[in-house]
Design a protein around this ligand. Structure first.
Ligand SMILES: [Zn+2]
Length: 278
């Protein structure tokens, strides 16, 4: 824990008083916003997999770095999963507006460095990128924004851990939730089956979010098509998932981001000073 950080009972802002946050802001200016989704994750994973991933990472990173976390955003852009009950999706424009409103509320009181931890991988990234790019350019010039995603910070470790191709409801993300929230994974529903992407979407598709080196062409599918090609909701084999794998995956990502925040605390903008205003 950063010694400069005052003693607070929680890293979660919803568990603190406004005066706690006020004290925090006298010496600190970093906030983490965890963003996930509420969408089907096959027969073995709960609807909240992506949110739990973001929450678990945010909490452990915040504890080790001495920074605060906002309440999680449990919904994301999940339209392509909408053919499954329980999926609750935001339109990208709604997610953009939520990120903007939360960020502006934080900035108003002195948070200057905002990190979004996204558990929903590429499905949320377009909205998160548009929201933060527009804020940083047009409204909050002097606020730093960073977007953190397992898809990008676990590239190296994922290939060491996983035994098969990782896509939606795969071995890695289910292991992650298994490690942190073991009661939420239905172990007897883990599967050996996977969607044959090449057969459905040509050889220019990729069924491994953490690998695959070929040329890619993005083909968009809707929720009706998804329910047809992945009737259980699972895209990847998950039978080799385990709590141990989840721990290795989680700890590695926490270490990466804690190291990043150590750097961020000293960062004063790209020209070595505060980011210029208009
Ligand atoms: Zn997921």
């Amino acid at each position: 824990m950063n010694r400069k950080t005052i003693k607070l009972n929680s890293v979660w802002m919803q568990e603190l008083t406004w005066q706690d946050v006020n004290e925090y802001l006298k010496k600190n200016d970093i906030a983490i916003i965890p963003v996930g989704s509420t969408e089907e994750h096959g027969p073995a994973g709960p609807l909240g997999v992506d949110s739990y991933a973001a929450i678990a990472l945010a909490e452990d990173i915040a504890k080790q770095s001495g920074v605060l976390v906002t309440p999680p955003i449990w919904f994301g852009d999940s339209s392509h999963h909408s053919a499954f009950p329980g999926t609750i999706s935001l339109r990208p424009t709604t997610l953009i507006e939520i990120i903007k409103d939360v960020s502006k509320s934080l900035a108003r009181h002195g948070f200057k460095k905002i990190l979004i931890i996204n558990g929903h991988k590429m499905s949320n990234l377009p909205a998160l990128t548009i929201a933060t790019k527009e804020l940083h350019e047009y409204e909050l010039h002097d606020v730093f924004f960073g977007i953190i995603d397992p898809w990008k910070i676990a590239r190296k470790i994922s290939t060491e851990i996983k035994s098969t191709n990782e896509h939606h409801s795969g071995e890695l993300e289910l292991s992650h939730v298994w490690y942190k929230y073991p009661r939420l994974i239905k172990k007897n529903k883990l599967t050996t089956k996977k969607v044959n992407f090449e057969k459905i979407f040509s050889k220019y598709s990729n069924d491994d979010l953490f690998g695959g080196g070929g040329e890619l062409i993005d083909i968009l599918w809707n929720s009706y098509e998804q329910r047809a090609f992945a009737p259980t909701g699972s895209f990847s084999a998950s039978n080799k998932a385990s709590s141990e794998k989840g721990k290795k995956y989680h700890d590695y990502m926490v270490e990466v981001v804690v190291d990043f925040i150590k750097w961020l605390k000293t960062y004063k903008g790209p020209i070595g000073n505060t980011v210029p205003k208009k």
